[in-house]
Ligand binder design. Structure first.
Ligand SMILES: [Mn+2]
Length: 323
């Protein structure tokens, strides 16, 4: 559904609902948080009753985001049947929102609006505003406000700019385009502080996490068959360290996308329960890592995607492998 049609329809749904549930995806990033918090801010100004659910606690460096403390991470505290409208933000599928089971029970009775920009979105909502060309879900929410003539205050601007900055890696990756820069510039005039946001989201490495990066970078291998570079993060690496797997994996994957001459990079990180999470990044125009991720049961964007497979990391004389 194009913006011009979708924006007023979504607003109409919001207006006629009594209790709205906003959902951010698991292992939340700046985009799912920024887009949902900007929307939450608007709902609050309109005196619309709403709750906000995210399956995982947001990383502490996002604490500058207005109203982040109002997010509920315990699904038992959410009255799943008490909402008449559910809006998911930046969730490619319901698994990512970790609410598939909860929603299954109430699906036919609740209206679901799915707002996202993942190429691989599963179109699970009754309304799906899915725009793969958008740099971020925050960009889509910006347009939603704009098309409905909803004013964006400095708090909403800070939240929206956060998602645009994190998803474009501060305007350095392929999601950066004329539209995202134009919107960012408009958000600056509305009071968002770009340098403060960048220092919060980028200058958050401590000595311990950089030492760990050192160990992981030392394992970097080149695979000539795929013209790709890869490295691994084992469960052991994170033992007794105050670093989350997301922080180590996503930060490192983004950093590795700077490697010259390879088609893509991959970081394999061991999670609990015998699961290995793979993160793929590319900067090449003719490489679509979401296709690779999809072939492995995952999904994402052309330039950044991920997948999960069962197994454990092991090493022999030829290098790392999955057993
Ligand atoms: Mn996003």
């Amino acid at each position: 559904m194009p913006y011009q049609q979708a924006a007023p329809k979504i607003l109409e749904q919001i207006k006629k609902s009594d209790h709205i549930l906003l959902i951010s995806h698991e292992k939340p990033d700046g985009d799912t948080l920024g887009s949902s918090l900007a929307l939450a801010h608007y709902l609050e100004k309109e005196n619309k009753k709403h709750s906000h659910f995210c399956p995982d606690l947001p990383p502490s460096y996002f604490n500058y985001l207005p109203k982040i403390e109002k997010i509920t991470t315990d699904h038992n505290l959410i009255d799943w049947s008490g909402h008449d409208l559910i809006i998911t933000l930046d969730c490619g599928d319901l698994k990512r929102a970790l609410i598939a089971e909860n929603l299954e029970k109430i699906k036919n009775k609740r209206f679901i609006i799915n707002i996202d920009h993942h190429q691989t979105n599963a179109y699970f909502g009754h309304y799906n505003l899915v725009v793969p060309q958008a740099s971020s879900t925050c960009e889509i929410i910006y347009k939603f406000f704009e098309l409905n003539s909803i004013g964006i205050d400095k708090y909403m601007a800070t939240s929206l700019l956060t998602g645009i900055l994190t998803d474009t890696m501060n305007f350095t990756n392929a999601a950066t385009n004329h539209e995202s820069l134009k919107i960012a510039s408009s958000l600056l005039t509305k009071g968002a502080k770009v340098s403060q946001i960048i220092s919060q989201i980028s200058q958050n490495k401590n000595i311990q996490s950089l030492k760990l990066w050192g160990e992981i970078l030392y394992r970097l291998e080149f695979n000539p068959q795929y013209n790709a570079a890869y490295t691994v993060i084992t469960k052991n690496d994170l033992k007794n360290k105050k670093i989350s797997i997301e922080e180590a994996r996503d930060g490192l994957a983004n950093f590795l996308s700077n490697i010259q001459g390879v088609d893509f990079i991959m970081v394999l990180a061991e999670e609990d329960n015998n699961i290995i999470k793979g993160s793929l990044r590319t900067t090449k125009d003719d490489v679509d890592v979401s296709k690779i991720a999809e072939s492995l049961g995952g999904g994402g964007h052309k330039k950044a995607a991920g997948f999960k497979i069962k197994g454990q990391l092991a090493k022999d004389e030829k290098g790392w492998y999955i057993k």
